[in-house]
Design a protein around this ligand. Sequence first.
Ligand SMILES: Cc1ncc(COP(=O)(O)O)c(C=O)c1O
Length: 431
Amino acid sequence: MSTPNHIQELRRKYLSPSLSLSYDEPIHIVRGEGQYLYDKEGNRYLDAVNNIQHVGHCHPKVVNAAEKQNALLNTNTRYLDETIVRYAKLLTNKLPNGLDVCFFTNSGSESNDLALRIARCITGSKETIVLDGAYHGHLSSLIEISPYKYNAAGGSGPPDFVHSIPLPDSFRGMHRGKNCTKDYINELKNVISKINDSGKRLSTYIVEALMGCGGQIVLPDGFLEKSFKLVRKSGGLCISDEVQIGFGRMGTDFWGFETCNVIPDIVTLGKSIGNGHPLSAVVTSKEIADKFNNGMEYFNSYGGNPVSCAIGEAVLQVIEDEGLQENAEKVGNYLIEELIKLQTKYKFIGQVRGQGLFVGIELIHDDDVLEPNNTLAKKVVNEMKDAGILLSLDGPDHNVLKIKPPMVFNIENANELVINLKTIFDRNYDS
Ligand SMILES: Cc1ncc(COP(=O)(O)O)c(C=O)c1O
């Protein structure tokens, strides 16, 4: 009944113009299965970008868990219910000791907002340190701490309690090369001194261990470890935003922060936790949760409802049953190796980086200047879509091809992606 044009017309009429669509010619997807999406004509697309559908689109075990619980009971958390405690136990079992208390929410943004509230309540301060290029969510409180938004179109800069340090990008950042960790740590030291000198106290430092919107940035060696030490010395709490990178995506580890040898005070989870269902969580220590319990109830109409928890449980089960963390390591390593081979052939590939199934290809104009090539990046994403492979762009300059597929992505899929990238590069551009 509805043609793509008609749907677009209805979107223009009934939806906010602030919502965007992917690709110059948007696609009308009607079905998903595993790592594949299908349009109305039955054309198959390989989904190489949807990290929310973590265990695969419409995974039958997740769908069944949702249907079964939906038909039985869905309420808020004010009754005794086994689902929520069973899930909280399973989830915290996946985290290091000391991160044992859960708050359930409905989006990554809600989790980060709550994490900020907890940190502010405990430290009595709002002074927050963030990394340039970071995005932590769409709520007002998070636009305030997201340089990716407040420094871009429509943004109006940070409030005075938010302090950023330069994007710790060893390839194209303010400080470059193998030994840049100390320079970024000095930037952090300067910011902390500035806060202390003004008679204020640091509240929190929020980071992703591998940055998503920042452009799939792998933090310089030892940076997170050293920065957590500095922040804690100043009385601040460390928040690890695992919304994009958690649940085995890193391959070697279940959580992003584990790849950097740190244990945060508060962890925020979202996206993949519910395979597309609006489930998310904040996990912290008993001590912090007790201090936050200052008399004000934490009530959330939907957070932690039995249907969400049944879904969360099914997702954890599937990750384990299907060995998806191990798959992320195997396929991710293979994919990165193949992409690095491409890099030797094409000058405009500035850097291939990432870990597990979280990979970025940074496109530039020239090796010496490292000027971002966002025009080329946009063209490649559109042409890959025409070839049946879905990718998108990241980074403050929108010049990083991002690859973060459902975790069922296999070697054959990796080959399909690389072969198509190569064809598009060969057909269109000087190498
Ligand atoms: C790192 C990070 N944190 C938080 C969020 C916000 O999550 P949500 O869109 O579920 O509110 C996002 C969303 O893209 C994100 O990438």
